[in-house]
Design a protein around this ligand. Structure first.
Ligand code: IDP
Ligand code: MG
Length: 156
């Protein structure tokens, strides 16, 4: 088989297993503190391609739905109040191994534990107000991406 054909099949297989997209939000704290530009720069220079993006605001109901998985956690109300208090930037990002690589780029949930140079190390202020969201699995990346974007808004 020629290299071109092999490459075609590799790309096709990658699309099928969908390990190449993740979903992110620049959270209200980072927007309020003027970090949109710096965070997008980190995302770009780490090799992620933005294939969908919007500046928007979550209603309390939408935040509750997005974070439904955490509804029994003690911080749920704090989380959804925070996430709906101001504008966010929502985006779908494309890169090989996107979910894992993006979690590495953002750092630990608690900024006190986030590695030096990660987005949360640089821009998060607390465990709750931690600057960015990143999907935790390929399956959730797809669910979260389609929660925020219709097909016609995703331009890969
Ligand atoms: P992750 O964002 O690193 O995946 P998760 O455990 O999925 O972390 O929690 C979702 C979000 O809930 C966190 O990003 C943070 O904003 C918030 N959160 C998590 N733990 C706490 C806490 O102990 N107090 C307040 N907020 C929290
Ligand atoms: Mg999570």
């Amino acid at each position: 088989m020629s290299d071109v054909v092999v490459e075609f099949f590799i790309r096709f297989a990658k699309k099928i297993i969908m390990n190449n997209i993740t979903f992110t939000m620049i959270k209200p704290d980072a927007v309020e503190n003027g970090h949109i530009g710096a965070i997008l720069e980190k995302i770009n220079s780490a090799g992620f391609k933005i294939i969908a993006m919007k500046y928007t605001k979550l209603s309390l109901e939408k935040a509750q739905k997005f974070y439904e998985i955490h509804k029994d956690r003690p911080f749920f109300n704090e989380l959804v109040t925070f996430m709906s208090r101001g504008p966010i930037v929502a985006a779908i990002l494309e890169k090989d191994n996107a979910v894992e690589d993006f979690r590495e780029l953002i750092g630990s949930t608690n900024p006190a534990d986030a590695k030096k140079g990660t987005i949360r190390n640089l821009y998060a202020t607390s465990m709750g107000e931690n600057a960015v969201h990143g999907s935790d699995s390929n399956e959730n990346a797809k669910i979260e991406g389609t929660f925020h974007f219709s097909d016609s808004e995703i331009l890969s």
